[in-house]
Design a protein around this ligand. Structure first.
Ligand code: MG
Length: 261
């Protein structure tokens, strides 16, 4: 028995070390996989196309319409009937007149979830955009988290935000959900103290603080970086051992990861 355990220990150590060496980041398609025919940023097509290339996740951006409906769009403004509108100050009837670059109308979050339910491979990474008041942010977080739970999708959804109010709301409303902070100004230790799952920072922040990758990992947290599109930066982020790369170029990131294996 003793001899056996003497052999098992180095064997387990070897497996552990190989796992560490081969750990490669997962890919998140920024605003879906949109740099492909028939797609557009934050469109339902971009979500389905991200699923078809089997990346880890597809990111989208959420706003609350003036009449209280969660909708998917990146910018704070959009064009409806040739006029510039502010998304959070417009009712759904106006927002539905916004046409995306691929001809889709601006999707509601419920429409997005209808499509996401059909996806087989990806997680949905939801970014809460910062709104004009905390009350509106709280309403959006509550509505979105309720919808996700009603559809039994909680284990397939993660949350991100530049707004600390949203990070706190997610932790309050769904303590088991993963939420990452985007703004780059807090250390992994500070975010660990409030219960965030990790940091999701611009890659320049990680260039400046490469030591944050290890501090996050030591605390059991993950590191995501955005929006990494150039070969040089992708290679450096892989070498720095981040866990997730958010990108507009998911196939390029995949190619570079397989070159480095
Ligand atoms: Mg976003």
């Amino acid at each position: 028995m003793k001899k056996k355990s003497i052999l098992i220990v180095p064997f387990l150590l070897l497996i552990f070390c190989l796992g560490e060496i081969n750990a490669q980041p997962e890919i998140i398609a920024h605003r879906g996989y949109w740099k492909t025919e028939g797609s557009a940023q934050n469109s339902i097509a971009a979500l389905l196309k991200a699923d078809s290339i089997e990346v880890y996740g597809s990111e989208c951006d959420l706003w609350l319409s003036s009449d209280g409906v969660p909708v998917v769009n990146h910018d704070a403004t959009a064009i409806a009937n040739g006029k510039k509108i502010t998304v959070e100050e417009s009712p759904l009837a106006i927002l539905k007149k916004v046409t995306l670059a691929n001809g889709e109308s601006l999707p509601t979050f419920e429409e997005y979830l209808d499509a996401f339910e059909k996806c087989k491979n990806i997680k949905l990474i939801i970014e809460f955009k910062t709104h004009k008041t905390k009350e509106r942010e709280n309403e959006l977080a509550e509505k979105v988290i309720n919808s996700v739970h009603k559809r039994n999708l909680a284990d397939r959804v993660e949350y991100i935000s530049f707004g600390m109010n949203f990070v706190n709301q997610v932790i309050r409303l769904d303590p088991s959900a993963k939420v990452y902070y985007l703004n780059g100004d807090l250390t992994p230790e500070e975010l660990h103290a409030i219960g965030a799952a990790g940091i999701d920072y611009h890659y320049n922040v990680i260039y400046k603080h490469p030591e944050w990758v290890k501090s996050a990992h030591d605390l059991g947290m993950k590191v995501n970086v955005w929006t990494v599109n150039k070969r040089e930066d992708i290679e450096k982020m892989i070498d720095l051992k981040v866990d997730y790369i958010t990108t507009d170029e998911p196939l390029l990131v995949r190619e570079i990861i397989s070159e480095k294996k």
